[in-house]
Design a protein around this ligand. Structure first.
Ligand code: DMJ
Length: 647
């Protein structure tokens, strides 16, 4: 082995100790060179070539290493000597070390990609083990794999930090990553494409938005005939309620306008009584959904402020919340019209308050609503069915009240099922109560009409007398049952869901305007000529969403094109009879009078929040747009994340 201090000496024929500063001129170097023999000249040229090559190949490496390679230490065994003095074995060691580092770098990069893969799999992969959800059945496997790979690559490059030595993926850069279940989706991507049906639905949304903006901006509701506005909560309800529809439709301008309102003008410090249920599903739900879809903290901030102001409702002796509260004073009370709260109202706040606890990490919101849910769970019921009133003082369900899946009862059943979904099917008491209630419905409420045998869900007046009456509100049930089946509930749930959705569609198709009335009675007498009876006082249409909501679920889950046809016919009927050209849409008084349906002069906020959103989604071919195994959609059509554990 060679001694690292060994030298190769070449005699150049001049005194190496003397320098240019001693007065030598370049001429003397030329003279000295000429005095050398040709052998000496060849040796010198060869040596210079070798030296030059060494400098060329090794200097960049050593400059990189000696700079610490952006913070990294030099190879531990690297001697502190000039490069041209390193013996080959040392050079070999250095080269080996560098190679090891390169390999390590690659290994870490591979791990980083694998980490992303694992994370993406957690996020993206439908829970096929316990769910019969069949997304993308139309795609062949190869195409699906390509898409997954492309997505992973995109994700990886989006999250990669600029300098290669920083190998940790910084997930906090994208706030949406905080929500374990939410898929990355670029709602405002220039690459998004809408089909002609979606474009027409977007046009309807934009017409409503711009008329509201011109005449009612910042107020709760718009009246498109008189071009006036009205207040309910005084919080710009239409903006907050419909903002996530703008996001889902990819409408950046409308989203920016709404977001600016929320950031600058949305205030809850108001001497204003509000209904706990209505403001929760529309405003709290709308803020939380916009937060989840965009990751913008302003929505969370406002949601927390509102949630805190609603909490005094739960300070009742029974913990069943009062129906109303003053946003500024926190004074909570029963409704002006009576001592009871509606059963559906006290049981349709759970998804939103639990989500608020999840995003803030503060359990106080979920504790409040879980107590109510537990209380109602423990109350005696009629085969899983509940009367539509509950007393906040005593906590007792009013057993003499009507049992209905329509007004004041509807979303009790909906939120039983959706609470089970929200926490990844980990809290079976909700599913069990839902299943019990569906069995109760089958036993007491589900009937068939004459002559067409339309399946419907009637009511038990005063808790015992059957009435063949169904609110349009009940029409959410078809979609919820279908989603139940998609999440493992029995096949007859899907069948009942399909039958109910057909009946609800018939409630539109059989009217002269092709729009459903608010309430329908079903003919039970054999020999009757028509299944549907509509009383004069029930013939109005408020632009409600429940039927298109169910059509959305049925289309997503079965891909049966007839649901798109139904959705399109309903939308065309809305356009024909409820549109106020240039000013959006209005509820109407009489669906039985195609010649003069007569405007009620109100654009309900749920038309933009729900009806147009579901219609738009019915025509979406993009399975990543609000996937049903990642989002649970609240009763006002605001998508919230599905989590994996109890909240
Ligand atoms: C909406 O506010 C919600 O869908 C609620 O659950 C029932 N009523 C309206 C729409 O009809």
């Amino acid at each position: 082995m060679r001694n690292p201090t060994d030298r190769v000496t070449i005699n150049l024929g001049f005194d190496p100790e003397r320098s240019y500063s001693d007065g030598y001129k370049s001429k003397s170097i030329t003279r000295a060179w000429r005095r050398l023999s040709s052998l000496q000249r060849t040796v010198i040229i060869a040596a210079m070539c070798v030296f030059g090559m060494c400098v060329f190949y090794l200097a960049p490496v050593f400059r990189w290493e000696s700079m610490g390679r952006e913070g990294r230490m030099l190879p531990r065994n690297m001697p502190n000597q000039p490069v041209d003095m390193l013996p080959p074995d040392v050079l070999q060691n250095v080269a080996d070390e560098l190679e090891k580092q390169r390999v390590e770098e690659r290994r870490k990069a591979v791990h980083e990609i694998q980490d992303v893969l694992v994370h993406e799999e957690k996020v993206e992969e439908p829970n096929v083990a316990d769910s019969p959800l069949k997304f993308d059945t139309h795609k062949d496997q190869e195409q699906a794999q390509k898409e997954v790979v492309a997505k992973l690559a995109n994700h990886y490059y989006r999250h990669r930090r600029p300098s290669f030595q920083q190998i940790e993926v910084d997930r906090s850069a994208d706030p949406r990553r905080k929500f374990e279940a939410v898929v990355d989706y670029d709602y405002f991507s220039a690459n998004r494409r809408n089909n002609p049906q979606q474009l027409e639905i977007i046009e309807a949304f934009q017409e409503c938005w711009s008329a509201y903006k011109k005449y009612a901006w910042g107020h709760d509701e718009f009246h498109p005939i008189t071009k006036k506005w009205s207040e309910w909560f005084g919080v710009g309800l239409t903006i907050v309620d419909s903002l996530d529809t703008a996001i889902i439709m990819g409408l950046k301008k409308e989203y920016d306008e709404g977001r600016e309102f929320v950031a600058k003008d949305l205030r809850f410090d108001k001497d204003q009584d509000v209904n706990l249920f209505e403001i929760t599903i529309r405003v709290l739900g709308g803020l939380l959904s916009s937060y989840h879809l965009t990751g913008d903290e302003i929505f969370k901030e406002k949601a927390v402020d509102l949630g805190d102001r609603l909490l005094p409702c739960f300070n009742s002796p029974s913990r069943v919340p009062y129906s109303d509260v003053n946003l500024r004073t926190g004074n909570a009370h029963a409704p002006r019209w009576g001592p009871d709260s509606s059963t559906s109202e006290v049981t349709t706040i759970q998804l939103e308050f639990k989500d608020l606890s999840k995003v803030t990490g503060d359990p106080k919101y979920k504790d409040a609503v879980n107590e109510v849910a537990k209380h109602v769970h423990d109350e005696p019921k009629k085969d899983g069915l509940v009367p539509i009133f509950i007393n906040a003082q005593t906590g007792k369900l009013r057993n003499s009240a009507t049992i209905s899946v329509g007004a004041r009862g509807d979303s009790y059943y909906e939120y039983l099922f959706k609470q089970w979904i929200q926490t990844g099917k980990t809290e079976d008491q909700y599913k069990d109560d839902f299943v019990a209630s569906v069995e109760g419905m089958k036993r007491h409420l589900v009937k068939k009409s004459e002559p067409s045998k339309l399946t419907y869900i009637g009511e038990l007046v005063n808790g015992h007398s059957f009435a063949p009456k169904m609110d349009h509100l009940v029409c959410f049930m078809g979609g919820t049952l279908a989603l139940g089946h998609a999440n493992g509930l029995p096949a007859d749930y899907l069948e009942l869901g399909k039958e109910m959705t057909r009946t609800c569609y018939e409630m539109y198709a059989r009217m002269p305007t092709k729009l459903s009335p608010e309430i329908v009675y079903f003919n039970m007498a054999t020999g009757a000529s028509d299944d549907l009876i509509v009383k004069g006082a029930d013939a109005h249409n408020l632009l409600r969403p429940e039927t298109v909501e169910s059509i959305f679920y049925l289309y997503r889950l079965t891909q049966d094109e007839k649901y798109r046809e139904w959705g399109w016919r309903i939308f065309q009927a809305f356009k024909k009879y409820t549109r106020v050209p240039g000013f959006g849409y209005s509820s109407i008084n009489n669906v039985k009078n195609a010649g003069s349906p007569s405007y009620r002069d109100k654009l309900e906020s749920f038309f933009m929040a729900e009806t147009l959103k579901y219609l738009y989604l019915i025509f979406s071919d993009d399975p990543d747009l609000i996937p049903l195994d990642k989002f649970v959609i609240n009763t006002e059509a605001h998508p919230l994340p599905i989590y994996k554990n109890p909240i």
